[in-house]
Design a protein around this ligand. Structure first.
Ligand code: SOE
Length: 400
Protein backbone atom coordinates (compact mmCIF):
# COMPACT_ATOMS: atom_id res chain seq x y z
CA UNK A 1 0.00 0.00 0.00
CA UNK A 2 1.53 3.34 -0.98
CA UNK A 3 2.22 5.89 1.77
CA UNK A 4 0.07 8.45 -0.06
CA UNK A 5 -3.03 6.33 0.55
CA UNK A 6 -2.24 5.98 4.26
CA UNK A 7 -1.38 9.64 4.72
CA UNK A 8 -4.44 10.74 2.78
CA UNK A 9 -6.71 10.34 5.77
CA UNK A 10 -4.86 11.71 8.75
CA UNK A 11 -5.31 15.26 9.95
CA UNK A 12 -3.12 17.65 8.05
CA UNK A 13 -0.52 18.18 10.79
CA UNK A 14 -0.50 21.91 11.27
CA UNK A 15 2.89 23.54 11.52
CA UNK A 16 1.12 26.37 13.37
CA UNK A 17 0.81 26.66 17.12
CA UNK A 18 -2.52 25.83 18.70
CA UNK A 19 -3.47 29.49 18.90
CA UNK A 20 -3.05 29.90 15.15
CA UNK A 21 -5.31 27.02 14.11
CA UNK A 22 -8.28 28.72 12.43
CA UNK A 23 -11.90 28.15 13.33
CA UNK A 24 -14.44 27.03 10.75
CA UNK A 25 -18.13 27.76 11.32
CA UNK A 26 -20.66 24.91 11.24
CA UNK A 27 -24.40 25.29 10.72
CA UNK A 28 -26.43 22.11 11.36
CA UNK A 29 -29.90 21.73 9.85
CA UNK A 30 -31.68 18.89 11.59
CA UNK A 31 -31.62 18.13 15.30
CA UNK A 32 -32.89 14.54 15.50
CA UNK A 33 -31.05 11.26 14.71
CA UNK A 34 -28.67 12.67 12.06
CA UNK A 35 -28.37 16.02 13.85
CA UNK A 36 -27.12 14.09 16.88
CA UNK A 37 -24.79 11.81 14.85
CA UNK A 38 -23.28 14.65 12.78
CA UNK A 39 -22.86 17.02 15.76
CA UNK A 40 -21.04 14.23 17.58
CA UNK A 41 -18.77 13.94 14.52
CA UNK A 42 -17.98 17.67 14.50
CA UNK A 43 -17.08 17.56 18.22
CA UNK A 44 -14.98 14.40 17.90
CA UNK A 45 -13.01 15.52 14.85
CA UNK A 46 -10.57 18.00 16.50
CA UNK A 47 -10.59 15.95 19.71
CA UNK A 48 -9.19 12.94 17.87
CA UNK A 49 -7.52 14.29 14.70
CA UNK A 50 -5.30 16.86 16.45
CA UNK A 51 -3.95 19.28 15.27
CA UNK A 52 -6.74 19.72 12.69
CA UNK A 53 -6.53 22.00 9.66
CA UNK A 54 -9.27 24.02 11.37
CA UNK A 55 -11.35 23.66 14.53
CA UNK A 56 -15.13 23.31 13.86
CA UNK A 57 -17.11 25.88 15.78
CA UNK A 58 -20.76 24.86 16.32
CA UNK A 59 -22.35 28.20 15.44
CA UNK A 60 -26.06 27.37 15.00
CA UNK A 61 -28.46 24.42 14.81
CA UNK A 62 -31.84 24.50 13.11
CA UNK A 63 -34.77 22.32 14.14
CA UNK A 64 -38.54 22.24 14.48
CA UNK A 65 -40.16 22.94 16.88
CA UNK A 66 -37.90 25.73 18.07
CA UNK A 67 -38.01 24.45 21.67
CA UNK A 68 -36.35 21.21 20.50
CA UNK A 69 -33.76 23.21 18.56
CA UNK A 70 -32.99 25.17 21.76
CA UNK A 71 -32.56 21.93 23.70
CA UNK A 72 -30.34 20.46 20.98
CA UNK A 73 -28.17 23.59 20.98
CA UNK A 74 -27.65 23.25 24.73
CA UNK A 75 -27.07 19.47 24.52
CA UNK A 76 -24.71 19.43 21.52
CA UNK A 77 -22.93 22.73 22.24
CA UNK A 78 -24.16 25.08 19.50
CA UNK A 79 -23.84 28.79 20.23
CA UNK A 80 -27.29 29.57 18.86
CA UNK A 81 -30.43 27.88 17.53
CA UNK A 82 -33.26 28.63 15.13
CA UNK A 83 -36.39 27.10 13.59
CA UNK A 84 -35.69 28.88 10.28
CA UNK A 85 -33.10 27.15 8.04
CA UNK A 86 -32.61 30.40 6.10
CA UNK A 87 -30.91 31.83 9.20
CA UNK A 88 -28.26 29.12 8.78
CA UNK A 89 -27.80 29.80 5.07
CA UNK A 90 -27.51 33.58 5.59
CA UNK A 91 -25.14 33.53 8.58
CA UNK A 92 -21.67 34.80 7.56
CA UNK A 93 -20.11 33.02 10.55
CA UNK A 94 -20.99 29.68 8.92
CA UNK A 95 -18.76 28.22 6.17
CA UNK A 96 -20.09 24.64 6.20
CA UNK A 97 -23.79 23.71 6.16
CA UNK A 98 -24.58 20.20 7.35
CA UNK A 99 -27.95 19.02 6.03
CA UNK A 100 -29.31 16.23 8.23
CA UNK A 101 -32.97 16.73 7.40
CA UNK A 102 -35.49 14.23 5.99
CA UNK A 103 -35.00 13.47 2.29
CA UNK A 104 -37.70 15.90 1.10
CA UNK A 105 -35.62 18.84 2.40
CA UNK A 106 -32.27 17.76 0.94
CA UNK A 107 -32.62 19.52 -2.42
CA UNK A 108 -33.98 22.99 -1.57
CA UNK A 109 -31.80 23.52 1.50
CA UNK A 110 -28.59 22.27 -0.16
CA UNK A 111 -29.21 24.28 -3.35
CA UNK A 112 -29.83 27.49 -1.38
CA UNK A 113 -26.73 26.80 0.73
CA UNK A 114 -24.60 26.40 -2.41
CA UNK A 115 -26.00 29.64 -3.86
CA UNK A 116 -24.96 31.33 -0.59
CA UNK A 117 -21.42 30.01 -1.10
CA UNK A 118 -21.57 27.46 1.71
CA UNK A 119 -19.76 24.14 1.54
CA UNK A 120 -22.24 21.32 2.09
CA UNK A 121 -22.57 17.92 3.67
CA UNK A 122 -25.93 16.33 2.83
CA UNK A 123 -27.15 13.05 4.29
CA UNK A 124 -27.95 10.13 2.03
CA UNK A 125 -29.84 9.53 -0.12
CA UNK A 126 -28.92 12.79 -1.81
CA UNK A 127 -32.51 13.36 -2.91
CA UNK A 128 -35.87 11.66 -3.48
CA UNK A 129 -35.11 10.99 -7.14
CA UNK A 130 -32.53 11.55 -9.88
CA UNK A 131 -34.08 14.78 -11.13
CA UNK A 132 -33.70 16.45 -7.73
CA UNK A 133 -30.23 14.98 -7.27
CA UNK A 134 -29.12 16.31 -10.67
CA UNK A 135 -30.20 19.85 -9.73
CA UNK A 136 -28.14 19.55 -6.53
CA UNK A 137 -25.08 18.20 -8.38
CA UNK A 138 -25.31 20.90 -11.06
CA UNK A 139 -25.71 23.67 -8.46
CA UNK A 140 -22.67 22.75 -6.32
CA UNK A 141 -20.60 22.54 -9.52
CA UNK A 142 -21.85 25.95 -10.70
CA UNK A 143 -21.13 27.62 -7.35
CA UNK A 144 -17.88 25.67 -6.86
CA UNK A 145 -18.50 24.67 -3.25
CA UNK A 146 -17.12 21.53 -1.60
CA UNK A 147 -19.81 18.89 -1.32
CA UNK A 148 -20.19 15.52 0.39
CA UNK A 149 -23.11 13.08 0.18
CA UNK A 150 -22.62 11.32 3.50
CA UNK A 151 -22.39 7.67 2.52
CA UNK A 152 -20.54 7.16 5.79
CA UNK A 153 -19.65 3.48 5.31
CA UNK A 154 -17.00 4.55 2.74
CA UNK A 155 -15.18 6.04 5.74
CA UNK A 156 -14.95 2.84 7.80
CA UNK A 157 -11.21 1.93 8.01
CA UNK A 158 -11.92 -1.66 6.91
CA UNK A 159 -13.80 -0.44 3.81
CA UNK A 160 -10.95 1.93 2.87
CA UNK A 161 -8.50 -0.96 3.31
CA UNK A 162 -10.68 -3.03 0.95
CA UNK A 163 -10.69 -0.13 -1.54
CA UNK A 164 -6.90 0.15 -1.42
CA UNK A 165 -6.40 -3.62 -1.80
CA UNK A 166 -8.69 -3.63 -4.86
CA UNK A 167 -7.04 -0.49 -6.31
CA UNK A 168 -3.62 -2.15 -5.82
CA UNK A 169 -4.87 -5.11 -7.89
CA UNK A 170 -4.74 -7.58 -5.02
CA UNK A 171 -8.07 -9.16 -6.07
CA UNK A 172 -7.31 -8.93 -9.79
CA UNK A 173 -10.31 -8.90 -12.14
CA UNK A 174 -13.54 -8.54 -10.19
CA UNK A 175 -16.25 -11.13 -10.95
CA UNK A 176 -18.88 -10.40 -8.29
CA UNK A 177 -20.15 -7.77 -5.87
CA UNK A 178 -23.03 -8.85 -3.66
CA UNK A 179 -24.54 -7.05 -0.70
CA UNK A 180 -27.49 -7.10 1.61
CA UNK A 181 -28.62 -4.36 4.01
CA UNK A 182 -31.29 -5.77 6.33
CA UNK A 183 -33.23 -4.33 9.26
CA UNK A 184 -36.42 -5.37 11.06
CA UNK A 185 -37.84 -2.23 12.68
CA UNK A 186 -41.10 -1.83 10.75
CA UNK A 187 -42.32 -5.47 10.74
CA UNK A 188 -44.96 -4.71 13.41
CA UNK A 189 -48.23 -3.75 11.64
CA UNK A 190 -48.85 -1.36 14.53
CA UNK A 191 -45.69 0.60 13.78
CA UNK A 192 -47.11 3.98 12.71
CA UNK A 193 -46.63 5.97 9.52
CA UNK A 194 -43.34 7.93 9.64
CA UNK A 195 -41.57 10.06 7.03
CA UNK A 196 -39.37 7.16 5.88
CA UNK A 197 -42.58 5.37 4.77
CA UNK A 198 -43.98 8.22 2.62
CA UNK A 199 -42.85 8.63 -1.00
CA UNK A 200 -43.51 12.40 -0.87
CA UNK A 201 -41.06 12.75 2.04
CA UNK A 202 -38.57 9.90 1.50
CA UNK A 203 -38.67 9.21 -2.24
CA UNK A 204 -38.47 5.46 -1.64
CA UNK A 205 -38.45 3.02 1.28
CA UNK A 206 -35.75 0.45 2.07
CA UNK A 207 -34.20 1.24 -1.31
CA UNK A 208 -33.15 4.82 -0.59
CA UNK A 209 -32.66 4.30 3.11
CA UNK A 210 -30.57 1.10 3.05
CA UNK A 211 -30.14 0.07 -0.59
CA UNK A 212 -28.49 3.41 -1.41
CA UNK A 213 -25.66 2.58 1.02
CA UNK A 214 -24.78 -0.72 -0.65
CA UNK A 215 -25.22 0.74 -4.13
CA UNK A 216 -22.63 3.33 -3.10
CA UNK A 217 -20.27 0.63 -1.81
CA UNK A 218 -20.80 -1.29 -5.06
CA UNK A 219 -19.76 1.79 -7.06
CA UNK A 220 -16.88 2.47 -4.65
CA UNK A 221 -15.43 -1.05 -4.56
CA UNK A 222 -16.49 -2.70 -7.84
CA UNK A 223 -17.30 -0.25 -10.66
CA UNK A 224 -20.08 1.88 -12.14
CA UNK A 225 -23.46 0.17 -12.39
CA UNK A 226 -24.53 -0.55 -15.99
CA UNK A 227 -27.96 -2.16 -15.54
CA UNK A 228 -30.40 -3.48 -12.94
CA UNK A 229 -33.19 -6.05 -12.97
CA UNK A 230 -35.29 -5.77 -9.84
CA UNK A 231 -38.30 -6.71 -7.79
CA UNK A 232 -39.82 -4.84 -4.85
CA UNK A 233 -42.49 -5.52 -2.24
CA UNK A 234 -44.59 -3.53 0.18
CA UNK A 235 -45.64 -6.11 2.79
CA UNK A 236 -47.81 -3.83 4.92
CA UNK A 237 -49.85 -1.59 2.64
CA UNK A 238 -51.33 0.84 5.18
CA UNK A 239 -50.34 2.22 8.56
CA UNK A 240 -51.96 4.48 11.15
CA UNK A 241 -50.91 8.09 10.68
CA UNK A 242 -50.84 10.13 13.93
CA UNK A 243 -51.24 13.38 11.98
CA UNK A 244 -54.36 12.43 10.02
CA UNK A 245 -55.68 10.17 12.79
CA UNK A 246 -56.43 7.44 10.24
CA UNK A 247 -54.80 4.65 8.28
CA UNK A 248 -52.83 5.87 5.26
CA UNK A 249 -51.47 3.93 2.26
CA UNK A 250 -47.78 3.00 2.35
CA UNK A 251 -46.50 4.06 -1.09
CA UNK A 252 -42.85 3.00 -0.79
CA UNK A 253 -41.03 -0.34 -0.90
CA UNK A 254 -40.51 -2.41 2.25
CA UNK A 255 -37.91 -4.47 0.39
CA UNK A 256 -36.08 -4.62 -2.92
CA UNK A 257 -33.88 -7.21 -4.58
CA UNK A 258 -31.87 -6.51 -7.72
CA UNK A 259 -29.51 -8.30 -10.04
CA UNK A 260 -26.80 -5.88 -11.18
CA UNK A 261 -24.41 -5.67 -14.14
CA UNK A 262 -21.30 -3.52 -13.73
CA UNK A 263 -19.24 -1.62 -16.29
CA UNK A 264 -16.18 -3.80 -15.49
CA UNK A 265 -18.04 -6.98 -16.50
CA UNK A 266 -18.83 -8.11 -12.96
CA UNK A 267 -22.31 -9.16 -11.94
CA UNK A 268 -23.92 -9.12 -8.52
CA UNK A 269 -26.92 -8.68 -6.27
CA UNK A 270 -28.24 -5.88 -4.09
CA UNK A 271 -30.89 -6.63 -1.43
CA UNK A 272 -32.42 -4.18 1.04
CA UNK A 273 -35.25 -4.92 3.47
CA UNK A 274 -36.73 -3.64 6.69
CA UNK A 275 -38.63 -6.95 7.15
CA UNK A 276 -35.69 -9.19 8.00
CA UNK A 277 -36.60 -10.51 11.46
CA UNK A 278 -33.57 -10.64 13.73
CA UNK A 279 -31.48 -8.30 11.58
CA UNK A 280 -30.66 -5.06 13.44
CA UNK A 281 -28.31 -3.17 11.10
CA UNK A 282 -27.07 -6.03 8.95
CA UNK A 283 -25.00 -4.53 6.15
CA UNK A 284 -22.82 -7.25 4.61
CA UNK A 285 -20.83 -7.00 1.36
CA UNK A 286 -18.66 -9.50 -0.52
CA UNK A 287 -16.38 -9.06 -3.51
CA UNK A 288 -15.00 -12.04 -5.47
CA UNK A 289 -12.02 -11.61 -7.80
CA UNK A 290 -9.66 -13.81 -9.77
CA UNK A 291 -7.02 -13.60 -7.02
CA UNK A 292 -9.25 -13.81 -3.98
CA UNK A 293 -12.26 -12.47 -2.07
CA UNK A 294 -13.13 -9.88 0.56
CA UNK A 295 -16.18 -9.64 2.80
CA UNK A 296 -17.26 -7.21 5.56
CA UNK A 297 -20.09 -6.97 8.11
CA UNK A 298 -21.14 -3.58 9.55
CA UNK A 299 -22.13 -5.17 12.86
CA UNK A 300 -18.46 -6.20 13.21
CA UNK A 301 -17.17 -3.18 11.34
CA UNK A 302 -13.51 -3.26 12.50
CA UNK A 303 -12.91 -6.64 10.86
CA UNK A 304 -12.19 -7.26 7.17
CA UNK A 305 -12.23 -10.84 5.92
CA UNK A 306 -9.85 -11.67 3.07
CA UNK A 307 -9.06 -14.81 1.08
CA UNK A 308 -6.05 -15.12 -1.24
CA UNK A 309 -6.40 -17.76 -3.96
CA UNK A 310 -2.65 -18.35 -4.20
CA UNK A 311 -1.92 -18.61 -0.49
CA UNK A 312 0.44 -21.40 0.57
CA UNK A 313 0.33 -23.98 2.06
CA UNK A 314 -2.98 -24.96 0.50
CA UNK A 315 -3.79 -27.06 3.59
CA UNK A 316 -4.33 -23.92 5.65
CA UNK A 317 -5.72 -21.67 2.90
CA UNK A 318 -8.92 -19.91 3.99
CA UNK A 319 -10.47 -16.57 4.91
CA UNK A 320 -8.44 -14.44 7.31
CA UNK A 321 -10.09 -12.00 9.70
CA UNK A 322 -8.07 -8.76 9.79
CA UNK A 323 -8.67 -6.47 12.78
CA UNK A 324 -8.31 -3.12 11.00
CA UNK A 325 -7.10 -1.14 14.03
CA UNK A 326 -3.39 -0.69 13.43
CA UNK A 327 -1.73 2.72 13.15
CA UNK A 328 -0.93 1.94 9.51
CA UNK A 329 -4.59 1.35 8.67
CA UNK A 330 -6.69 4.20 7.15
CA UNK A 331 -7.84 6.81 9.72
CA UNK A 332 -6.91 4.62 12.67
CA UNK A 333 -3.56 6.06 13.83
CA UNK A 334 -5.27 8.97 15.63
CA UNK A 335 -7.84 6.80 17.42
CA UNK A 336 -6.72 4.27 20.00
CA UNK A 337 -4.12 1.51 20.39
CA UNK A 338 -4.73 -1.53 18.17
CA UNK A 339 -7.68 -3.72 19.09
CA UNK A 340 -9.53 -0.97 20.96
CA UNK A 341 -11.91 -0.62 17.94
CA UNK A 342 -14.15 2.21 16.81
CA UNK A 343 -17.86 2.31 15.95
CA UNK A 344 -20.58 3.55 13.59
CA UNK A 345 -20.66 6.97 15.27
CA UNK A 346 -16.97 7.60 14.53
CA UNK A 347 -17.47 7.53 10.77
CA UNK A 348 -19.10 10.97 11.13
CA UNK A 349 -15.86 12.33 12.61
CA UNK A 350 -14.19 11.08 9.42
CA UNK A 351 -16.82 12.95 7.38
CA UNK A 352 -15.99 16.14 9.33
CA UNK A 353 -12.23 15.55 8.89
CA UNK A 354 -12.54 15.10 5.13
CA UNK A 355 -14.74 18.18 4.68
CA UNK A 356 -12.42 20.41 6.77
CA UNK A 357 -9.34 19.14 4.88
CA UNK A 358 -11.14 19.78 1.57
CA UNK A 359 -12.17 23.33 2.52
CA UNK A 360 -8.99 24.45 4.33
CA UNK A 361 -6.29 22.42 2.54
CA UNK A 362 -8.12 21.89 -0.78
CA UNK A 363 -7.50 18.14 -0.40
CA UNK A 364 -9.37 16.06 -2.99
CA UNK A 365 -12.47 14.27 -1.72
CA UNK A 366 -12.64 11.80 -4.62
CA UNK A 367 -12.36 8.85 -4.86
CA UNK A 368 -12.52 8.03 -1.15
CA UNK A 369 -15.41 10.30 -0.11
CA UNK A 370 -18.80 10.41 -1.87
CA UNK A 371 -19.71 13.75 -3.40
CA UNK A 372 -22.95 15.06 -4.92
CA UNK A 373 -21.84 13.45 -8.21
CA UNK A 374 -21.89 10.08 -6.43
CA UNK A 375 -25.22 10.98 -4.82
CA UNK A 376 -26.67 11.83 -8.23
CA UNK A 377 -25.43 8.61 -9.86
CA UNK A 378 -26.78 6.66 -6.88
CA UNK A 379 -30.17 8.29 -7.42
CA UNK A 380 -30.16 7.33 -11.12
CA UNK A 381 -29.53 3.71 -10.12
CA UNK A 382 -32.30 3.83 -7.48
CA UNK A 383 -34.74 5.27 -10.06
CA UNK A 384 -33.75 2.45 -12.45
CA UNK A 385 -34.39 -0.17 -9.74
CA UNK A 386 -37.87 1.28 -9.11
CA UNK A 387 -38.62 1.37 -12.86
CA UNK A 388 -37.39 -2.20 -13.37
CA UNK A 389 -39.59 -3.41 -10.50
CA UNK A 390 -42.55 -1.71 -12.21
CA UNK A 391 -41.84 -2.88 -15.78
CA UNK A 392 -40.38 -6.29 -15.00
CA UNK A 393 -37.60 -5.46 -17.47
CA UNK A 394 -33.87 -4.84 -17.23
CA UNK A 395 -33.18 -1.09 -16.98
CA UNK A 396 -29.96 0.60 -18.11
CA UNK A 397 -28.45 3.30 -15.86
CA UNK A 398 -27.92 6.47 -17.90
CA UNK A 399 -25.92 9.28 -16.28
CA UNK A 400 -25.97 12.87 -17.56
C1 SOE B 1 -32.27 3.46 8.92
O1 SOE B 1 -32.84 3.15 10.14
C2 SOE B 1 -30.85 3.97 9.14
O2 SOE B 1 -30.85 4.92 10.17
C3 SOE B 1 -30.39 4.65 7.87
O3 SOE B 1 -31.19 5.79 7.58
C4 SOE B 1 -28.93 5.04 8.00
O4 SOE B 1 -28.46 5.60 6.79
C5 SOE B 1 -28.12 3.79 8.33
O5 SOE B 1 -26.75 4.15 8.47
C6 SOE B 1 -28.62 3.16 9.61
O6 SOE B 1 -30.03 2.86 9.49
Amino acid sequence: MTEEKKVGFVAMASEKTVGEIPDIGIGMIGHAFMGKAHSNGWIQMPYIFWPPAAIPRLVKICGIPEAEAAEAARRFGYKEYTADWKEIINDDRIQIVDNGTPNSLHAELSIEAAKAGKHIICEKPLARNAAEAKDMRDTVKKYNVKNICDFNYRMVPAIVLAKNLIMDGKLGKIFHFRARYLQEWIMDPNFPMVWRLKKSLAGSGALGDLGAHIIDLARFLCSEVQSVMSVSRTFINERYDESSKKKEKVDVDDAIASVVEFDNGAIGTIEASRFAAGRKNHNVIEINGEKGSIWWDLENMNNLHVFWADEKPVETRGFHCINVTESYHPYYEYWWPHGHIIGWENTFAHTALNMVNAVVKNKALEPYVATFEDGYRNAVICDAIIKSAETGKKELCIFE
